[in-house]
Structures are given as C-alpha cells and as structure tokens.
Design a protein. Structure first.
Lengths: 158, 391
C-alpha cells in the first residue's frame, strides 16, 4: 500500500471539509463547523492495479486576517485548491493558495475545485468556463468529487 | 536515569503530558500509557508510527534530519484526532531514539473554534451585506461624528475615483459638501427638505439618516436622467411645438411676474398680415414654415430677458424691456422693417402689425393684454404693417 499525503487548501467556508466527507464517507451536511488546525482522513483507492492510501489533510481555511499555516504542507504529494463559486473573492485567491503550496512543494501536482456549483443557476452553470485541471464540484450533489481526487492521484503517480 | 530525566525535561518545557519513543525505522518503542488514550489507537511495540500517527507521513525527511543533526525539534500543531486536539512535537532523544510528545490542547482549541466560528460567520454576513450595498446604483457612505467617511460602497469609489482608503481627498469633500460646511450641516439641510444634490452635471436624490447615535448614513441616488426627462417634459409643456416659443399659458406666468416686479416694460401683440391668404394659396406646410421664420426674425432682435409667445394661429405676444414707451415702439418698428425685408419660404413677402401697451398703475395682466390687442386692432384697421401704441 502506497501512502500519499494530499492537502485541501482554500479560504474558509469554501467546502473543503464537505468535499472530504463526501469522498470518504459519502455523506453531506449543510451545517457549517469551522475547521481548526488540521484533520486527517484516510481513503483507500486502487489505481492502475495499485493500492493507495490517501491521507487527506483538511486544513483550516484562510481568513481575511489569517493565512493558511504552511508548516502543514511538508511532504505533501499534491493539493486540491478549493474555491466557492458563489464568493468571487475565494476564487481570486486560488492562485495565491497554489503559490503557497508550491513554495513548500515545488512542482507538485494540484487540481482546482470550483465548489458549490449546485448553488449556481442552471444558465450560469452552462456558461462556466474553467481553467486547466479545474472541476466544478458539489459535495451536496456529489458532483465531480471522485473525479477531483482521482485526477489528482493520476497526476501524482504519472 | 538519564533518559527519564530527558523525557521529564521535555515534558516540563512544553507542558506536554504523553510521549512515544520511536527508533530510526520509525517503529514504536516505549510510550506513556495515556498516549493510547489520546490517540484512540492501541500502541504496539515495534509497529510503524505511521500506522498510528499518519499525521507524520510526509515528515520522514524531518525525522531523519532530527536523528542526524540531533537537538532539533519539529511540531505539527492543532491536529484534530480522536475527537481531541493535539500538538505533536518531535524531539531528539538520543542517537537511536526520537521522542514524540503529545500535548492535549482540546479545551483551549474548542474555545478558539467557537470564536473562529462566530468570526467566520460574521465575516460571511459582512461580505454578504457588502455585496448587497455594492450592488446598489446609489452612492452609499457612512460618516462618523468627526465628519470622517468610515465606510463607502463600490459605487462611491467608482464615482469619485478613489481607492478603498477611507481617507478621501479634501477636494472630494468640497465637491460633495457643496455650500455646506460639513456632513452634519448637509444632514441638517436634508432633514429640512433639501432632497436634491448636484455634483457637476449629475443630479442625485439625497437621503441621510443616523444609523446610531454617532454615524450618519448618506444615500445618493442618481436621478440625472429623470431630472433631464422632467426638464424636457416641462420644456415641451411650456413651449409651442411648431415655433419653439412660449405657449400663452407660460407667457401669462411671465407677464404676472413682470407686473409684480414693478420694472417698466411693454406688452406687444403682433399678428402676421393676411396670413389666411398665405395658407390658402401656398398650403399649410409653407404657412408653418413662414411662422417659424417669423419667430426667428423677431427673436434675433430680442434680449435674453425679453420674451416671445404664441397666442394662437399667427398671433404672437412679446414682453419687451424698455424705460419708455418710445423705446418699445422703436424696437417694434425695427422688427417690422426686418420682417418686411426678409425673404420668407417660397419667396413670400410677409408683413406684420403691432399693438403696443405699457402697464399703468393698477393694471392686471388681462387689462394690459386687452389694451395691446386694441392697439393691434387699430394697426390692422388703419392699413396693417404698422406699429400702434395705446396708452
């Protein structure tokens, strides 16, 4: 079994914990509970006939007054950088989070999650144009959550 | 004994309660009994620490470095595990062992979480309110008791071309405050009913309200288009659509004002001679064009403070500034000659008759108009194309 440490980064209340809950426990709750520090969840996955154990680090989100502490980043194989499609400022900070991740883990793969797509009107959903390695996700509707994690692992092992 | 002292020192220095020793292969050695409790996992001698503390996966290089360099320490802080919050410290123990110290910080972290929860929810609410305020077309800003703008919405910054700094340029305040000394004076003025504010060419409906005992919220809603439309509509109502001169109703208002002003003036009623024949012979299109040209010729001789209005058909009214009746008569003669010499549409030759009157003590508008109209009648009946003054 190969262990891989992956990080979930982004501003507060963008749905990092919900994405992990959906991916690991196939569950969702609308209740918001702020993540403090870090919480690690495990998920076993088979990819190209190899067994992996993902150690998913749910790291507390950045707030206007506090950035994400980078001491959690050491040894990470990849990162999922999450933004909330309903809050513009969380999307504009995506590159900043990625840069922060790369400052510790140079050149390591990543994917972007444009989360809470379920809250967008249908017309807006259709018009969405996302950059490379980005997914419109919804933990609530279980949309693209598996794809998000699998794509990151694909990038890590390729 | 020396090792026990080392553990004790580490515990005392960090206020840490539980420990685990691991070897160079990261396998579990000795550990305190309560460490199992904290981790919620059974610790077994010889098993990999990464199985019970996956938080250390990715820290392999750090562990090796601590062994190699000695005395170095490493921390992963605020880890949620087994329903508790821990700080995990890695400390050099000896050349064969590394000390993992587990500090239970659940109590303080739960308090921090509650504070963060409230803070984050407040930020979200604040952001939502900011988005609502920013989405408004109105300029919205808050002024404190010192007259300092402490909040302004996006439209404010766009309109006044300022950055997000609440310290706004002094000249901007002058623009905004207009003739008012400060924002409190402006507020008082609004409370007294001054509900319009003009900034350059723009017009705003202004509202102000104390949102608390200290801060005044100003809302400037743009109404420039509305005001322009209203002015255009008023203009349309006041003016004759064909010639663009005042309508009789608007002229009557002007006349009443002039009578009240007590300044000398003359009222003139003028009528195009034989206009019916022009319409009959050349048609109404040419007739209308002649009327427009007729007013244009007269307007060229009028001062800005003099007035022309269409009474109806081919009959017009003039208010002329004059110190004496003779001045008014001279001016009418000049206009009469201008008309006589002007080449109208289709080469028409047009003349006009003028009835002139000046106000007497006790005259009202109707009396004055009636007298001028009588003078016009005399001009017509005595051969047309002439000016008659009736005192």
């Amino acid at each position: 079994m190969i262990r891989k440490k992956i990080l979930l980064l982004g501003d507060f209340h963008v749905g990092k914990t919900s994405l992990i809950r959906r991916y690991v426990d196939n569950a969702f709750s609308d209740d918001y509970l702020t993540t403090i520090g870090v919480k690690i969840s495990k998920k076993q996955i088979t990819l190209h006939d190899r067994e992996y154990e993902l150690l998913i680090w749910d790291i507390e989100g950045a707030t206007p007054t506090k950035k994400i502490p980078t001491h959690y980043f050491a040894g990470a194989a990849g990162a999922i950088v999450v933004g909330d499609l309903t809050r513009e400022e969380t999307l504009t900070s995506l590159p900043e989070h990625l840069q922060s991740f790369h400052s510790v883990n140079r050149g390591k793969p990543w994917v972007f999650a444009y989360n809470k797509v379920d809250l967008l009107p249908v017309e807006q959903r259709k018009r969405l144009q996302l950059p490379e390695w980005s997914f419109a996700t919804s933990a609530k509707e279980d949309l693209n959550v598996d794809t998000l994690f699998t794509t990151l692992l694909e990038r890590i092992v390729s | 004994m020396r090792n026990v002292q080392r553990i004790l020192n580490s515990i005392l220095s960090k206020n840490v309660f539980e420990y685990i020793l691991i070897d160079r292969d990261a396998n579990v050695g000795d550990f305190s009994l309560e460490a199992t409790h904290l981790l919620g996992e059974k610790l077994v001698h010889g098993e990999s620490i990464f199985d019970v503390l996956p938080e250390l996966v990715g820290s392999e290089d750090v562990i090796e470095e601590i062994f190699n360099r000695g005395k170095q320490s490493y921390a992963i802080k605020t880890v949620e595990k087994n329903g508790r919050f821990l700080n995990i410290y890695l400390d050099y123990f000896d050349s064969e062992k590394l000390l993992i110290l587990l500090q239970d910080i659940t109590e303080v972290t739960e308090i921090r979480r509650k504070i963060m929860q409230v803070s984050n929810q407040t930020t979200l609410l604040s952001n939502t309110l900011q988005s609502i305020v920013d989405s408004q077309k109105a300029i919205i800003f808050l002024v404190d008791s010192n007259g300092k703008i402490v909040f302004a919405n996006k439209r404010f910054h766009e309109y006044f071309d300022t950055d997000d700094s609440p310290e706004l340029r002094q000249e901007l305040l002058h623009t905004l405050l207009d003739e008012h000394r400060d924002f409190h004076a402006l507020h008082k003025s609004v409370r007294k009913g001054k509900d319009e504010l003009r900034i350059g060419q723009d017009v705003f409906s202004i509202e102000s309200v104390y949102v608390d005992p200290v801060n005044i919220l100003f809302t400037l809603t743009p109404i420039t288009d509305l005001v322009r439309k209203k002015e255009a509509l008023q203009n349309e109502i006041r003016h004759d659509p064909l010639t663009g001169v005042l309508r009789k109703q608007s002229f009557d208002e002007e006349l009443r004002k002039r009578l009240l002003s007590k300044r000398p003036f003359a009222l003139v009623v003028t009528d195009i001679d034989n206009f019916k024949q022009i319409n009959d012979r050349y048609g109404h299109v040419i007739g209308d064009k002649a009327l427009i040209q007729f007013t244009e010729v007269i307007r060229k001789r009028l001062r800005d403070d003099e007035t022309i209005a269409r009474w109806g058909g081919e009959e017009f009214l003039l208010l002329l500034e004059c110190a004496t009746p003779e001045e008014a008569i001279d001016k009418c003669e000049t206009i009469r000659r201008d008309l006589e010499q002007y080449r109208f549409e289709a080469g028409l030759h047009i003349t006009a008759s003028f009835g002139v009157s000046c106000p007497h003590e006790g005259d009202d508008a109707a009396t004055l108009v009636e007298r001028a109209d009588k003078a016009l009648y005399q001009a017509k009946s005595s051969g047309k194309n002439r000016v008659v003054f009736l005192n």
